[in-house]
Design a protein around this ligand. Structure first.
Ligand SMILES: C[S@@+](CC[C@H](N)C(=O)[O-])C[C@H]1O[C@@H](n2cnc3c(N)ncnc32)[C@H](O)[C@@H]1O
Length: 174
């Protein structure tokens, strides 16, 4: 069965707070089980935990001091998302053979990441965003099944609506 974790490299608290938060929330929403934030990213990690508490699911978020250890210790395929990589559509079937650690950067990504990754994967070979790259990668990895996921154990859930904004407490929906 497919399972995914995400490693956010090079978080800079003074400038990446919002983007790293979006990496964490995108990882959770699109089916990853955990995000590991390299550096002192306590703000994004706290937000991800709070969203999980409110909206459910078993998503885990933490900060890590040694991203290289996360890469080396991961039991599965390490897929580094980079505009210089092989096209996602060419490699995703092979990546899907194992659990995946999807690695995304912030500023310049160190050379060891390119060397130690099992796959360097481009979501197009144009420069864009780690959030966009992660979303498309997870969607390709899970083949769209992540869109049907239920997030159990939270306080509230959204009632899908063609207009307006509606939520209900989980107690009311059972
Ligand atoms: C704004 S980019 C910065 C990249 C940085 N200049 C470098 O040399 O690695 C931040 C991250 O977005 C992701 N990214 C951007 N464009 C991508 C693409 N076309 N395919 C896959 N990932 C991409 C990569 O993970 C990258 O590390």
């Amino acid at each position: 069965m497919e399972r995914a974790e995400v490693l956010r490299l090079g978080h800079r608290p003074e400038r990446d707070e919002r983007l790293t938060t979006h990496v964490c929330l995108t990882a959770r929403a699109l089916g990853a089980e955990a995000v590991h934030v390299d550096g002192k990213g306590t703000g994004p990690v706290g937000t991800a935990r709070e969203v999980t508490r409110r909206f459910g699911g078993g998503f885990e978020a933490d900060t890590v001091g040694s991203p290289r250890s996360v890469v080396r210790d991961f039991d599965g395929n390490v897929a580094h998302l980079t505009m210089y990589g092989e096209p996602v559509q060419d490699v995703i079937d092979d990546v899907r053979e194992e659990p995946v650690l999807a690695v995304v950067g912030a500023g310049k990504v160190d050379g060891w990441v390119y060397e130690e990754a099992d796959y360097n994967v481009g979501v197009t070979n144009q420069p864009h965003s780690e959030v966009a790259a992660l979303a498309v990668f997870l969607h390709e990895y899970f083949g769209g099944e992540e869109l049907e996921a239920r997030f159990a154990g939270g306080e509230v859930e959204v009632v899908p609506s063609a207009s307006g904004k509606e939520t209900r407490s989980i107690r009311d929906s059972r």
